[in-house]
Each structure stands twice: as structure tokens, then as C-alpha cells.
Write a protein that binds this ligand. Structure first.
Ligand SMILES: Nc1ncnc2c1ncn2[C@@H]1O[C@H](COP(=O)(O)OP(=O)(O)OP(=O)(O)O)[C@@H](O)[C@H]1O
Ligand SMILES: [Mg+2]
Length: 478
């Protein structure tokens, strides 16, 4: 199965869609995770930077207190906080250099060293030995260093905060892109589900409803070669089969109803016809010497007409299946040949018969009934062709369905399309009154049905008629 063909299958599409969505989510999850790790690290550094600012602020608070009250404790606490600040700076140095540059960090280190040195100097000369002017100058410088240190640390903390904002800003388009991707995939999947799955299923559901009400409508040929396409094809095959089965049921019902009626009538007619025939024969024999030619002819005509009437009655009885029926394995070729032999006398010289039935096809059949059916088909063909034409009888094995196909075809005028649906109806005939009873094909139909077979007619007007019979294969023998 090629890639493209594979993608036309709905289940493959859904699987690919879901896999893509899953992959997208996994990728987005991993990216988000790394962003949040970065964010966490930045937050730690930010709190560290804030911590450093606070340490220096504390140092400066104790510096102020020391100058106010001259407690040595304040002095050592101030230097203590400065130590802590320097320890923090040393600890984060690598990160700080990376983020703010070597020079800035060296500057911070130098400032705090200056501050410490100046603070120590001022304390050592508080006794006044350096002179007032010099002392004032040193204190001013000390305060300036402290202030500068704080303001630079605040700049640094602000930069760290900015780093977090930048990271968030970077993350936002990623989030938007991912949401768009997710929406697109969701839309695609929804389309695949609705347009290619749910909607066609609704159509099939509606069509099933229609079929259930007895209207055997097929669906339009599917345009996609996916599961729904196969389903529609299967549905159409089912509907065609149902339609044919239904036609068969109707035909069978017609035959059964008429069969009951005609068998009753035929039985009732049989006895009086026999009586008339017998009486007529007796009269003919007994009056033979005395009666004149004219009356004898009249009696002979009565006898002939009665014989014809009895023929009709016997075909009515045949039609209503009154005869014994027994299936036996028979050689198909032999049976067809015997049937043809029976009509030889009625086939004009211009009609050629071709027998294309292979030797060795065995079929379970009631021979008398089958001969009757084949006779009816052959007679119809001969009557349709008139003076010349070709009657062909072909047979072949359909191994796949384990059936035998027998085709009777002629080169006559064919059957008009408007007549075709009715030819198997009992008493349907296009022949003149008296020429045909219209029972021939309905007998064929009934006989094939009793053999668990079926008969269908095909015809293109002007190109003859074709009767296709299918019968079950005789499994044991053929
Ligand atoms: N081979 C054929 N070619 C053309 N039309 C045919 C052929 N076979 C049957 N038909 C048509 O089908 C009709 C019905 O055939 P069917 O054998 O049932 O009755 P019939 O031949 O008219 O009368 P019957 O067989 O009782 O003498 C015929 O009247 C004819 O119109
Ligand atoms: Mg006929």
C-alpha cells in the first residue's frame, strides 16, 4: 500500500493526526519545561541580587548608627553585613560576570573594598588625630562609596528583573504558536471526523431507512477510496441483491397464487374433457360406416380441439406443480440434447442449432421437468426467429460460486424493454389469441426455482434474446 493510498484511509488519517497532536504537545511541554527551569534560575538570582542590596543597606544602617552612638557593636555588625554581601557576590560571580560583564562585577568588588577600607580608616582616626577637615572628607567619601554601591546593586537587580520579563516575552509567541497549531490540528481532525466519517454515515443511515421501507435505492458511487467508500460499495451490493431477491419473492408469490387457482380449475376440466374425448372416440368408431363425410369431419374436429384443450390443461397442471418431482444427478449435455431432439420436427430448415455444452457436467435435476423447461425456451427462440437464425445453448462451470451456468440464446428480434419485466408472468404472451397460453416462461421460472436455481432474461432489441440459467453444481459428481 503506497503512502498516498494509505493516507486516504480514515483510520490512518486519524492516527497520523493524533500522533502529530501528541508530538506537538510533547515538544511544547519540553520547551515549556526548559523555559520554566531558566525562569526558576533567574528568580533565584533575582532574589540573590535583592539579598545583596539588602545586605549593603543593612551595613549602611549600622554605619549610620555607629556614627550616631559610637557603639563598637554597630561597627562590627556593619562589616559583618559587608562580609556577607561579599560572600554572596563571590558565590554568584560566574553568573553575574556572564550577565553583567567582568568590568561591572570588578567595579562592585572594588567599591565594597573601598567602602570597607574607608570605614576602617575613619574608625581608626575618630580620636581626631587626622584633623577635622581630613576626617570630614573621609566620611563624605565613605558615604559616597556606600551610596554608589547600593545604586549599582539596584541597577543589577533591575537588570535581573528585566531578564525575567524578557524570558516571559519570548515565551508568549511560543505559547500562541502552539495554541494555533493545536487549533489547526483539532480543526483538521474534526473535519476528518465530520466530513469523511459522520456525514457519510448519516447518508448511509438515511439510505438504509429508505431500503427498509422497500425502496431499493442504491447510493451514488463513492468518490473516496476509504473505509466509507468500501462501506458504500458493500451497501450498494447488498441493495442490488435485496432487490433481486425481492423480485424473486414477488414472482414466486404470483406463481403460487395462480398455481392454486389453476390447478383447481384444471382438475375440474380434466374429467369432462376426458369424457368428451372418450365419447367422441366411441362415436367415431361406432358411426364409422353409416355417417357421411361431413359429420365425420366434424367429429374429428371435436376430437382435435379436445386434445388441444387437454394439452392446455396438462400445461396448467405442470405450471401448478402437480407432477412428481425428484432430483437425481444427470448429465447436462445429454438432457439438453434430448430436449433439442424433441423439437427437431418444429424447427425450420433455416434455423441452425449449436450445442456448446461440455461433456461431464453433472447437475442434480428432475429430468422431465428440466426437459420441459428447456423445450419451452427453445420453442420460444424458434418461434421468435421465424424462418432463419441460430439457436445457441452454452454451459460452463462457475467454480467460484459452485454453480453451473446454462445460456439459451437466439438471433431473433429480441424482447422490447417494456415487455422484458413481464415475460415470466403467467399468462403473459405477445402472441395472437390461441397461439400461446403465456405459461411457457412461468413454467421455466418455477422449474428453475424447484432446482434451487434461477433464470434471468437479457435482450438488446434487434440482437436476439438471452436466457441465463444458473443451477447449483452437483458437488459429489462434478
Ligand atoms: N426468445 C424470445 N425472443 C423474443 N421474445 C420472447 C422470447 N421468449 C419469450 N419471448 C416473449 O415472452 C412472451 C412470453 O413467453 P412465454 O413462453 O411465457 O409464452 P408464449 O410463448 O407467448 O406462450 P406459450 O409458451 O405458452 O406457448 C412471449 O409471448 C414473447 O413475447
Ligand atoms: Mg413460449
Amino acid at each position: 500500500m503506497g503512502l498516498w493510498q494509505g493516507l486516504s484511509k480514515i483510520r490512518v488519517r486519524l492516527a497520523v493526526g493524533f500522533a502529530a497532536a501528541f508530538l506537538g504537545m510533547a515538544l511544547f511541554g519540553a520547551l515549556s519545561y526548559s523555559y520554566f527551569l531558566g525562569m526558576e534560575r533567574k528568580l533565584v538570582f533575582l532574589s540573590q541580587a535583592d539579598g545583596m542590596v539588602n545586605m549593603v543597606l543593612e551595613a549602611r544602617r549600622y554605619e549610620k548608627n555607629y556614627f550616631l552612638y559610637r557603639h563598637d557593636q554597630d561597627y562590627s555588625l556593619a562589616l559583618d553585613y559587608l562580609d556577607r554581601y561579599e560572600a554572596m557576590l563571590a558565590n554568584d560571580r560566574e553568573h553575574l560576570v556572564r550577565g553583567h560583564g567582568q568590568a561591572a562585577i570588578a567595579g562592585l568588588q572594588k567599591l565594597s573594598a573601598d567602602y570597607r577600607r574607608q570605614f576602617i580608616w575613619v574608625r581608626e582616626h575618630l580620636n581626631g588625630d587626622a584633623g577635622v577637615a581630613r576626617m570630614d572628607q573621609a566620611v563624605t567619601r565613605l558615604r559616597a562609596s556606600g551610596k554608589e554601591l547600593i545604586s549599582r546593586l539596584e541597577v543589577l537587580a533591575r537588570a535581573e528583573r528585566q531578564g525575567i520579563t524578557d524570558l516571559l516575552r519570548e515565551y508568549r509567541p511560543l505559547l500562541v504558536a502552539f495554541l494555533a497549531l493545536l487549533a489547526g490540528l483539532g480543526g483538521g481532525l474534526a473535519y476528518a471526523l465530520i466530513a469523511r466519517l459522520i456525514r457519510p454515515l448519516q447518508t448511509i443511515e438515511a439510505a438504509t431507512e429508505v431500503v427498509a421501507h422497500g425502496d431499493y435505492q442504491t447510493l451514488p458511487r463513492p468518490t473516496h477510496r476509504d473505509e466509507i467508500g468500501s462501506l458504500v460499495n458493500a451497501f450498494n451490493r447488498m441493495v442490488s441483491q435485496l432487490r433481486r431477491n425481492n423480485e424473486q419473492v414477488i414472482q414466486t408469490e404470483k406463481l403460487t397464487a395462480l398455481g392454486t387457482l389453476t390447478s383447481g380449475v384444471a382438475h375440474e376440466l380434466n374429467n369432462p374433457l376426458n369424457n368428451i374425448s372418450t365419447s367422441c372416440q366411441i362415436l367415431l368408431e361406432e358411426l364409422d360406416r353409416d355417417v357421411d363425410e361431413y359429420h365425420r369431419e366434424l367429429l374429428a374436429a371435436i376430437d382435435q380441439q379436445v386434445a388441444k384443450a387437454r394439452d392446455i390443461v396438462s400445461s396448467l397442471l405442470e405450471f401448478s406443480r402437480q407432477r412428481e418431482f425428484r432430483l437425481r444427478p444427470e448429465n447436462l449435455r445429454t438432457v439438453v440434447r434430448e430436449s433439442l431432439k424433441l423439437i427437431r420436427g418444429e424447427v425450420p430448415a433455416g434455423i441452425q442449432t449449436r450445442l456448446l455444452v461440455p461433456e461431464g457436467i453433472q447437475v442434480q435435476m428432475d429430468k422431465a421437468h428440466m426437459v420441459q423447461a428447456l423445450l419451452n425456451l427453445a420453442m420460444n427462440a424458434v418461434q421468435a426467429m421465424g424462418e432463419e437464425g441460430v439457436l445457441t445453448i452454452t454451459a460452463r462451470l462457475l467454480a467460484q460460486t459452485r454453480r453451473v451456468e446454462l445460456v439459451v440464446e437466439d438471433t431473433g428480434p429480441g424482447i422490447p424493454a417494456e415487455v422484458l419485466p413481464r415475460i415470466f408472468d403467467p399468462f403473459f404472451t405477445t402472441k395472437e389469441v390461441g397461439a400461446g397460453t403465456g405459461l411457457g416462461l412461468s413454467i421455466v421460472y418455477g422449474v428453475m426455482e424447484r432446482h434451487h436455481g434461477r433464470v434471468e432474461a437479457e435482450s438488446r432489441p434487434g440482437r436476439g434474446a438471452r436466457f441465463i440459467i444458473t443451477l447449483p453444481m452437483d458437488d459429489e459428481r462434478s
